[in-house]
Ligand binder design. Structure first.
Ligand code: ATP
Ligand code: MG
Length: 595
């Protein structure tokens, strides 16, 4: 009866241990030391309990001197036992932190490798729960559980041996009661697994909701949606709280019923022992030690039962951690990928067809060749695939058909690192981290000197505001630092692109308009940046379209139309309409500036 559930448990646990063994294997010596310490703890525990029963019989016999000796020995063992406990706790903490550190690093590396196209699909709150709470639970499974099991095992074996040694009949009577405990644990274990799985799902949804709310405060205020969001939050929280309450109630019920069973079985044993003492077969000191061993042997039994409850939860968390570790990047490097070298800088889209996994084709059989040193403007309606075109060039995704080539080399044949090193990108939403301006610039080129950074800021027209800041390059931006305006963020990301100094420049222009002074500086910075580089601009500014050597119009149905601005103006109604609109805005701005 006990074997079948044990086997099922082991069958379920084994793959998880195998999956994460690599993260703990390096610490086997520390693990073995911890086991040895635990062995010594169990041994000293047994001795302490034995020594507690001893004085009762000695006092009974009037041997007071011996009582003193026994108490002294007891004190010495207590000190040793506590020193061992200290060692065990320290080792456990050390092992846990090392394990968490390794897995956490691997999880982040996995997110980074999967990169934005894949990770954007996961709510941030959910990923953060997996990185913190779930990983804590996994560390419990990987470090605490085996060490606790070893401790329970030693204690159980030592105490059981002592019980048998004191009185075999009484010990067997106690053993006869144990199946009740196994049944008890089994019935609670199954229910607990269901409830904790539901709780964790609900809790993940709550965190995801909160994180999305915090990321969208501006949007929520602008819709006056605070009340609705609070209402949605209440519903999400209540669902999580409901499951949490069920889980806590189950746990309380488990502990209470377990204690009742323990007291009842203890009482049965005392009744049997009293009649043995009455017959003179047993001493009171023996009964004291026996009851203490019996009381304490319930600790490992209770502990294993509790682990049984806990590891269902831990296993669910382990699955969620593994989910992050196993996330598949949208693209992978070929085993024989080579280092990419740009010779001329010619980009070719050869019969490229691409669709996101979830939707229709964004590009259909697109052919396009960009000559080295040219500036190409990508234009077209929103959602027509301009940013996608840039993502394909950066190899965030691979096309389903056709190939993207640079200087004749299919970009799938080179390493991702060497490919992206050749591309300086300025995204629609500038990518800046909450750190100093210096740290953000160093992201673009880690080896940049102070002078390089200042020059890049000047070239990107960012120095004008950076030099005004009290701490200059060391000013913190974003959370807890200076908030930059949209134009300042753009100029800083242009400075990053200058530092990158790559042969290709990819620019996804922000569609939000800047004031004319800021706009002018951004435009001048871009002009300077694209000199001598093959440049692709997702163009929202009339000036960018007009100055491009070639315009690619995304028709919105997966096809493109190419030509010079003038050619498209004459032949393409969509481009003509868009250009006239932008021209009107441009003139309006120029007039305002002139006044
Ligand atoms: N990660 C994604 N998964 C699924 N569909 C996506 C994803 N990213 C973009 N799309 C869809 O692909 C289409 C093209 O998107 P893309 O971002 O390339 O448009 P765009 O031309 O850059 O638009 P805009 O001018 O508004 O920036 C859109 O319909 C968009 O909804
Ligand atoms: Mg876009």
């Amino acid at each position: 009866m006990a074997i079948a559930p044990l086997r099922t448990t082991l069958d379920r646990l084994w793959p998880t241990y195998k999956r994460f063994s690599a993260y703990i294997a390096g610490d086997w010596l520390l693990m073995a030391t911890a086991c040895a310490v635990i062995f010594a703890i169990a041994l000293t525990n047994s001795a302490m309990i034995w020594l507690i029963g001893k004085p009762v019989d000695l006092l009974y016999k009037g041997q007071y001197d011996s009582v003193r000796d026994v108490l002294l020995m007891f004190a010495a063992i207590v000190l040793l036992n506590q020193a061992l406990h200290f060692g065990a706790m320290t080792l456990n903490g050390w092992l846990t932190l090392r394990f968490i550190g390794r897995v956490r690093e691997a999880m982040l590396a996995s997110c980074l490798a999967a990169s934005s196209p894949v990770m954007d699909q996961y709510p941030k709150g959910d990923v953060l729960t997996r990185l913190s709470g779930d990983l804590d639970k996994l560390s419990h499974l990987a470090v605490d559980t085996p060490l606790t099991l070893v401790s329970h095992l030693f204690i159980f074996v030592f105490y059981a041996a002592m019980l048998l040694w004191i009185d075999v009949r009484l010990a067997l009577a106690a053993l006869a009661i144990s199946p009740v405990f196994l049944l008890h644990q089994r019935s609670f274990g199954q229910r607990n697994r269901r409830v904790s799985q539901q709780f964790m799902d609900a809790f993940g949804r709550l965190l995801a909701f909160e994180s999305e709310t915090l990321n969208n405060l501006r949007g929520i205020s602008s819709f006056n949606a605070e009340k609705q969001v609070s209402g949605m939050h209440r519903t999400t929280f209540n669902s999580a709280a409901d499951w949490s309450f069920k889980s806590r109630r189950l746990s309380a019920l488990f502990h209470v019923t377990f204690s009742v069973l323990i007291y009842l079985s203890g009482l049965t044993i005392v009744l049997i022992a009293i009649s043995a003492i009455d017959r003179g077969e047993f001493t009171v000191g023996h009964l004291v030690s026996f009851l203490l061993y019996l009381g304490y042997i319930s600790a490992p039994v209770r502990g294993v039962a509790h682990l049984g409850l806990q590891w269902q939860e831990d296993m669910a968390a382990a699955g969620r951690v593994a989910g992050v570790l196993d996330v598949q990047p949208a693209v992978s490097e070929q085993a024989d990928a080579t280092e990419f070298k740009v010779t001329a800088g010619r980009i070719e889209f050869d019969h490229v067809t691409f669709s996101y996994p979830s939707g229709d084709a964004i590009l259909k059989d697109v052919n396009l060749t960009l000559k080295p040193g040219q500036t190409i403007a990508l234009v077209g309606p929103s959602g027509s695939g301009k940013s996608t075109f840039i993502k394909l060039l950066m190899r965030f995704y691979d096309p389903q058909a056709g190939a993207v080539r640079i200087d004749g080399t299919d970009i799938r044949e080179v390493t991702l690192m060497s490919l992206r090193k050749q591309l300086a990108v300025v995204w629609q939403e500038p990518f800046l981290v909450s750190d100093t301006i210096r740290a953000n610039l160093l992201l673009a080129r880690p080896e940049a000197t102070e002078n390089d950074m200042i020059e890049a800021c000047k070239a990107g027209y960012a120095w004008e505001f950076v030099s005004e800041l009290e701490h200059g390059l060391d000013t913190r931006i974003g959370a807890n630092g200076v908030e930059l305006s949209a134009g300042q963020r753009q100029r800083l990301s242009l400075a990053q692109a200058f530092l990158r100094d790559a042969p290709f420049l990819l620019l996804d222009e922000a569609s939000s308009a800047l004031d004319s002074h800021a706009e002018q500086m951004v435009v001048q910075a871009i002009d300077r940046l694209r000199r001598g580089r093959t440049t692709i601009i997702v163009a929202h500014r009339y000036s960018s379209i007009r100055s491009a050597d070639q315009v690619v119009y995304f028709n919105g149905d997966g096809t493109i139309t190419t030509g010079t601005h003038e050619e498209l103006l004459a032949s393409h109604p969509g481009h003509r309409a868009a250009a006239q609109w932008q021209m009107a805005i441009h003139e309006q701005d120029t007039n305002i500036q002139a006044r």
